[in-house]
Design a protein around this ligand. Sequence first.
Ligand SMILES: Nc1nc2c(ncn2[C@@H]2O[C@H](COP(=O)(O)OP(=O)(O)O[C@H]3O[C@H](CO)[C@@H](O)[C@H](O)[C@@H]3O)[C@@H](O)[C@H]2O)c(=O)[nH]1
Ligand SMILES: [Mg+2]
Length: 212
Amino acid sequence: MNSLHRSKTMENERVRIRNVEVLSDDWYLLKKTTFDYRRADGVWQTLNRETYDRGNGATILLYNLERRSVILIRQFRFPTYRDGHDGFLVETPAGLLDNASPEQRIRAEAEEETGYRVGDVRKVFEVFMSPGSVTEKLHFFVGEYTADARAGEGGGNVAEGEDIEVMEVPIQQALMMIAEGEIADGKTIMLLQYAQLHLFGVGANRGLVTDI
Ligand SMILES: Nc1nc2c(ncn2[C@@H]2O[C@H](COP(=O)(O)OP(=O)(O)O[C@H]3O[C@H](CO)[C@@H](O)[C@H](O)[C@@H]3O)[C@@H](O)[C@H]2O)c(=O)[nH]1
Ligand SMILES: [Mg+2]
């Protein structure tokens, strides 16, 4: 049978959970699960997998068609601080859902991190960003901003250690930053490429950043 036509139930029958061990619950949840997995040839195999569970999240690209610009943030991301990287990442605003709906959460998060009050938002993807180890599903949005929609400074929550720089960047420059490795965050690259293809509407067929 073609893999596209397999039902979810049939696929679930291929997995039997045997044991779940919590390795750490200090901040979020790191678990080790032992399960039996039925391989494509029908043979059962026992596997162990660690999963890191921070819940789900949402992110948004704020864009302005007239100014041909986007809002990006820059912040220190400790896990990336190694192997020669300084740990400062240029990203789209994002936050964990904490039991709120993705749309509700991304509005609040965008304003907290960038200061911009967001009007209509559109959902564009729902994606597993690191499916080998992280349980999180990330909800992707785009929304227009205007200069007068800046309700505050943004910057994030100081008490939680957030120290966020807000940048208005021309779309062309943002795309160049991907090409040059200055933007190295998956969600941000996905949203900027979405914007290149579907929002700013130039260079879609040619795919060259210089065409924008
Ligand atoms: N004490 C402590 N605080 C932590 C820890 N890990 C994260 N925090 C704090 O938890 C807060 C989470 O901030 P959010 O803005 O809600 O989330 P985020 O870190 O920006 O995550 C977003 O981007 C991620 C990367 O793309 C996404 O994975 C995630 O879904 C979300 O969209 C931050 O204040 C951060 O300092 C930790 O281990 N210990
Ligand atoms: Mg955040």
